[in-house]
Design a protein around this ligand. Sequence first.
Ligand code: NAD
Length: 293
Amino acid sequence: MTLLDGKKTSEVIQDEIAAEVAQIKANGGKTPHLAAVLVGNDGGSVTYVNNKVLTCERIGFGSSLIRYEDTVTEEELLNKIKELNEDEGVDGFIVQLPLPKHINSNKVIEAIDPKKDVDGFHPTNVGRMVAGLPAYLPATPAGILELLKRYNIETLGKHCVVIGRSNIVGTPMSILMSKCSYPGESTVTICHRNTVNLAHHTRQADILIVAVGKPGLVTADMVKEGAVVIDVGTTRVPDASRKSGFRLRGDVDFENVAEKCSYITPVPGGVGPLTIAMLMMNTLKAAKKEVYS
Ligand code: NAD
């Protein structure tokens, strides 16, 4: 069994980006700039956004963090998005999800200029991804593709089973794995909360990608011998032995599943770190006007 080391792979990607940024600056080019909008004080969201800002600093990007209380109105948020769309200093920006219930997330996402939508959530980028046109790919599925590529994992003709159909992970992942380019060319099954006999489907998977948020959902009896298992799940579970009072658990029963796999991602240290690296990659592409000229 080979562990798919997302932390190490993310560091390699970040070093590559940092080298390119240094080159751009040396040639007198503009420093890529990522802005992040954060609403409220949810522990997970604050940590994610802080990590994104710290990563920007580490690789030589400019960054700005715009924070609002969770009482912010939809109008205020939409005005800020308009401002960021027009700000030539900002190459790309993200609005950290989830947003409070009184704000319509779809409206907010649709207000972002697709050229600056480095999360790849705007319907224009989603449509372009489906059509095989240049687009910002959502960071988590893009990170999984990058991991498969960097570990030279064969995907052509394989049966890929994706569990979870969210707009940010499961659905784009299933589309990308079926595309006619590497890593892709797989036959894809997508499972969700109403799938009958989940184990029947997962047992057929050469590549199993799990994005649900239910710790331990995938047990050893659900996995084929030699499968590649990618665990996207990150659920905070109480752990009194930790200073934070919690630890992260994936959707896969790692200890028992790992011995059956050819490759598997750990949680933490698997998919998570790659998500940030791919957001940085999208921001670099935005600065270089690589997706939209
Ligand atoms: P979500 O929470 O929006 O949806 C969960 C999906 O799981 C749904 O499509 C639902 O149909 C499916 N589901 C629920 N119960 C199921 C069951 N018993 N059997 C089969 N399918 C079931 O999904 P999300 O936003 O993609 O998040 C999923 C997990 O991935 C969460 O733990 C989240 O924290 C994590 N996540 C991690 C990263 C990362 O960078 N590592 C990024 C995004 C999401």
